[in-house]
Design a binder for this molecule. Structure first.
Ligand SMILES: [Zn+2]
Length: 348
């Protein structure tokens, strides 16, 4: 072997060792995310979220509560892009895709309530072919205004909205109905973004898995266990929040059912461990978060055990007021450090 070839071979070997080492050292969770409210970012001298994200290698952010087309919002997005942080838009988008003003001329596009009356209170009728066409025709404009940097789109159903009870829809559960919309939306998305992926949000009435509809290529599970407890881990299967019907055992079963329908490789968790807005009943001034790092770390192990490698959390309302009042953001550091350092998922 000539000397130059030998040197080249050594260099290649070293670089592949380096790559293998980097892969072995990489955090288990590929997506390490935060969902913040606009005001949370308002005073970096009190809490500098960018510095926190840089320190712990948080790689994905979504920010709500500001006009997405405003110059300030666009500047924030650009700052994320420049910092190598993926930027996405997590929204209940049904009314963006089907304007409620259509109800006047086309009530059949909208859901039927249990009394047999069409209503324009949020969700559509997924058996209305015409309605689905309207939704698909609005996808491009929606995506242009909500363009993520990672091809992951979110067009959640109406928040807390009931589903359609018409004759054609009555045998579909809420998740089936959501998925029918999403299966159409992903087709429209892929016409201009072939790498597009779209969330199927398992939350509230869509937490149980779809009963009969199958996801199209590109739909990923977004798991948001809204009615669980956060002072007990999901692995504590007897835990149940006061006044709620689902225990942690039910949540684990529903997660397993969903993972029979959606691939674990693309599934994403949207948790509430850091959600001060929820903990405060969405009323300001906010309360101090009851933070349980041991619960959070145990939950990470649970999610990893199912092969889930994407974790995000609502951290809304950990804003300058919160920091100045409670003078403790250990929860934020614990969360970010947990994602950065977690390595070993138990394979089931
Ligand atoms: Zn219907």
């Amino acid at each position: 072997m000539k000397r130059t070839s030998l040197l080249l071979a050594c260099a290649l070997l070293l670089s592949s060792c380096d790559m293998a080492k980097k892969t072995a050292d990489a955090p288990f969770f590929e997506m390490r995310g935060l969902v913040l409210a606009w005001d949370d970012l308002s005073n970096p001298e009190v809490i500098d979220w960018f510095e926190i994200m840089k320190t712990y290698d948080i790689n994905t952010i979504s920010v709500f509560g500001k006009d997405y087309q405003s110059e300030e919002y666009k500047a924030l997005k650009q700052k994320c892009i420049d910092s190598g942080i993926d930027f996405e838009y997590e929204e209940h988008a049904m009314s963006w895709l089907m304007d409620k003003s259509l109800f006047e001329t086309h009530p059949e596009y909208f859901r039927m309530n249990e009394e047999g009356v069409r209503v324009s209170d949020g969700n559509g009728c997924p058996s209305s072919e015409e309605g689905l066409k309207v939704i698909m025709s609005n996808v491009k404009a929606f995506a242009d205004r909500h363009k993520p940097t990672n091809h992951r789109y979110y067009t959640w159903l109406y928040d807390g909205g009931d589903i359609c009870h018409c004759e054609k829809c009555k045998d579909f559960n809420a998740s089936d109905q959501g998925l029918i919309f999403e299966n159409h939306i992903i087709k429209a998305l892929r016409e201009f973004d072939p790498e597009a992926q779209l969330a199927h949000l398992a939350y509230d009435n869509t937490t149980p898995a779809p009963s009969c509809v199958k996801p199209e290529e590109g739909i990923f599970l977004e798991w948001a266990p809204f009615y669980r407890r956060w002072d007990k881990p999901l692995s504590d299967t007897t835990a149940v929040r006061d006044g709620q019907k689902w225990s942690h055992a039910d949540y684990i079963r529903m997660l397993e059912d969903n993972l029979k329908v959606f691939p674990a490789e693309t599934a994403q968790v949207l948790e509430y461990w850091l959600d001060v807005s929820l903990a405060s009943g969405w009323k300001k001034p906010q309360k101090q978060l009851d933070w349980h790092n041991d619960v959070y770390l145990d939950d990470l192990k649970t999610y990893a055990s199912y092969g889930i490698r994407r974790i995000t959390v609502y951290a809304a309302w950990i804003d300058p007021y919160y920091v100045e009042t409670f003078k403790d953001v250990t929860c934020v550091h614990d969360y970010c450090r947990g994602l950065q350092t977690y390595r070993h998922g138990r394979k089931k």
